[in-house]
Design a protein around this ligand. Structure first.
Ligand code: GLU
Length: 310
């Protein structure tokens, strides 16, 4: 079947209309006070195609907190540092408990299951801090995101970072457990301060879709990571990108993707598309409810899946 750009536009409009009409939207994250006030009726979807076109529907120009989607970029940076013993400090297995589980970290004796659960992402941030101040590390992360999205206007929202610093008790606990197992090279304050700030990067849906083009294999200028890293990152997004909801997401959508508690999802169709959705209401695993439904509909309509011939 020939599926052209026009048909993508039609599918996006249909998805936008049904998202707006849906009553069950999930709950916005409340444990970060600054995110609790986000309007649950917001919805946006944007798709970058291999021919350079970008098609979108909904609130695509409203910035939101990308939260854990930032872990994709920090992982990319950490993997780019040769000579690191990164994989001795972080596993590559899907998690069976919540994204901020202390129990899982304790059972695994301070070695997080994967780089996308909070404990794993905190270790990743700690890796990036080697030889840099927090300000330098954050500048490096922000530059990476700006380059990936071809937009130098992307910023960190300091009020979101501050909000999480004051209320993110589980993350403080995770950092201290990591330190107790000798799996943090920097202080909890420095590492978490940097982590909270990269989670607080604010982007629009269109910027977020563009930032994933390097993972779809599109040539967008400077090469951000090696091809071998793209393969690894996409594999981890598929198996771990939705925490303990990753199996369900793979079953329904069939694409590597990373969610954030701000309601964003970045999904990759290798060689074909980079897709971002934003719908702040979350399911019980902390993943965007309507974003997942939108990606399910889009991937089925377009025949996009890493498990079938497109
Ligand atoms: N900053 C959030 C936290 O550490 C990220 C979690 C997420 O987006 O899934 O709890």
């Amino acid at each position: 079947m020939v599926r052209n750009e026009r048909s993508v536009e039609g599918v996006l409009e249909r998805i936008f209309r049904s998202a707006k009409a849906t009553k069950t939207k999930g709950d916005v994250a409340k444990y970060i006070p600054e995110l609790a006030s986000v309007d649950p009726d917001r919805f946006a979807i944007s798709v970058c195609l291999s021919d350079g076109r970008q098609l979108s529907a909904g609130d695509v120009s409203t910035p939101f907190s990308i939260q854990s989607v930032s872990k994709v970029f920090t992982l990319a940076i950490a993997l780019g540092r040769r000579g690191e013993s990164f994989w001795q400090r972080v596993g590559r297995e899907p998690s069976t408990n919540a994204f901020n589980s202390l129990q899982e970290l304790e059972v695994r004796q301070g070695i997080p299951s994967n780089p996308f659960v909070n404990a794993g992402a905190i270790v990743t941030t700690d890796t990036i801090l080697a030889g840099s101040s927090p300000a330098e590390a954050l500048a490096e992360i922000l530059l990476f995101v700006q380059t990936a999205a071809s937009d130098s206007g992307i910023r960190i929202d300091p009020s979101v970072a501050e909000s999480e610093k004051l209320s993110g008790h589980k993350n403080w606990a995770l950092a201290h457990v990591l330190a107790a197992y000798d799996n943090l090279a920097h202080s909890c304050e420095l590492t978490l301060g940097t982590y909270f700030h990269h989670c607080a990067i604010a982007m629009t849906c269109e910027q977020l879709a563009r930032s994933g083009r390097f993972l779809a294999g599109f040539d967008t200028g400077p090469q951000l990571v090696r091809a071998s890293s793209v393969r690894l990152i996409n594999a981890l997004m598929l198996t771990c990108g939705h925490y303990n909801g990753s199996g369900e997401f793979a079953y329904r959508v069939g694409l590597p993707a990373k969610s954030g508690v701000g309601g964003a999802i970045l999904a990759i169709v290798p060689g074909k598309a980079s897709i971002a959705t934003w719908a702040p209401g979350l399911d019980s695993n902390g993943n965007s409810l309507l974003g997942t439904a939108a990606l399910e509909e889009l991937s089925h309509a377009m025949g996009w899946s890493v498990f079938v011939r497109g």
